[in-house]
Ligand binder design. Structure first.
Ligand code: CP
Length: 336
């Protein structure tokens, strides 16, 4: 039997995503279940987490399963990913063994592995999670690498519940870059772009300059999604026109891809665009728009206190939904 992983929402049909979202909504109404009774998931964190770790561990528990958290290089052996590597540096074991051994113990493997931020040509290969998917004999779930599919599902469920309909077509959606003192992962931006277009919304990607456009892979996914599902994709560098009439504002900061590995050269551009902060004045331009963010969020840097504390902010609902959508994904994958 072919193992079905959850590495990207683009690998899953709209019908499958709709089924998962419906199951997630059901779990939100009644949290307990037995879909993971007697089953276990290993959660491998190469990077920090608050929401992802908590919601996966809790979700497994609520479905009768068990979660084991491992932090390679901290509480588990450091792992080598290069095929044919002479392992005379830090790594003590190869992913070929790690993935196959874990597959003998557990029914699912979750992986969080961020880019190294030195060379985007290497980071865009997403080697860590693809190596686990290659060697594991159980399903692998992306807990954020260069995309964040669990956040995508939680985001869409929050919008569906906010608007009271599963049909998001015709909504004007703004994905806005925001300032942050450090260059961050493009994962959530890539994900927001692909899932918003997947659900047929009229999407504007608002970013400071063309250098902040996302990797062509995700720009192409978005254009293909528009062709397949309707809606539209617009690129803007002007906050006022982008926010005007918006129904959804989704914020994220990310590093400009041409500057990977030479971030000091990006800093002046970044610093010149602190005004991309989500504030009351910009939200006033929207059509009673809602605001969200994947969290964590630096207040009064990415969004003001007033926006975060306003009724328009649905970031906490979205964070809660991580629990429900991940339960739906774990239940589906563990019972293929
Ligand atoms: N949004 C999200 O993935 O949060 P954590 O980094 O805290 O897991």
């Amino acid at each position: 039997m072919t193992i079905r992983h959850f590495l990207s929402t683009q690998d899953w049909s709209r019908a499958d995503l709709d089924t998962l979202l419906a199951q997630a909504a059901a779990f939100k109404r009644a949290k307990a279940g037995n879909q993971l009774a007697g089953k276990a998931i290993a959660l491998l964190f190469f990077n920090p987490s608050m929401r992802t770790r908590t919601s996966f561990e809790l979700g497994a528990f609520q479905l009768g399963g068990h979660a084991i958290v491992l932090q390679p290089g901290k509480d588990a052996w450091p792992i080598e990913f290069d095929i044919g590597a002479v392992m005379d540096a830090e790594a003590e074991e190869h992913v070929a063994e790690v993935a196959r051994v874990l597959s003998r113990y557990v029914d699912l493997i979750g992986v969080r592995a961020f880019p190294k931020f030195q060379d985007w040509a290497i980071d865009r290969e997403d080697r860590v999670i693809h190596a686990f998917a290659k060697y594991a004999t159980v399903p692998v779930i992306n807990m954020e690498t260069i995309t964040h599919p669990m956040q995508e599902l939680a985001h869409i469920l929050a919008l569906q519940q906010q608007f009271g309909t599963t049909d998001l077509r015709g909504r004007k959606y703004v994905l806005t870059w925001t300032y942050h003192p450090k260059p961050l992962n493009t994962a959530v931006a890539n994900s927001a772009l692909q899932i918003a277009t997947r659900f047929g919304m009229d999407v504007t990607l608002l970013c400071p300059t063309p250098e902040y456009l996302l990797d062509p892979r995700y720009m192409d996914f978005a254009r293909r999604n528009v062709a397949d599902n309707g809606g539209s994709l617009t690129i803007s560098h002007d906050p006022a026109s982008a926010y005007r009439g918006a129904h959804v504002v989704y914020a994220k900061s990310w590093g400009a891809l041409p500057y990977f590995g030479r971030w000091a050269n990006e800093k002046p551009i970044r610093d010149a665009h602190r005004h991309f902060i989500v504030d009351e004045a910009k939200m006033a331009l929207t059509d009673h728009g809602v605001f969200s963010h994947c969290l964590p969020l630096r207040r009064n840097v990415k969004a003001t206190d007033a926006v975060m504390d306003s009724p328009a902010c649905i970031a906490i609902d979205e964070a809660e939904n991580r629990l429900h959508v991940q339960k739906a994904v774990m239940a589906a994958l563990a019972n293929q």
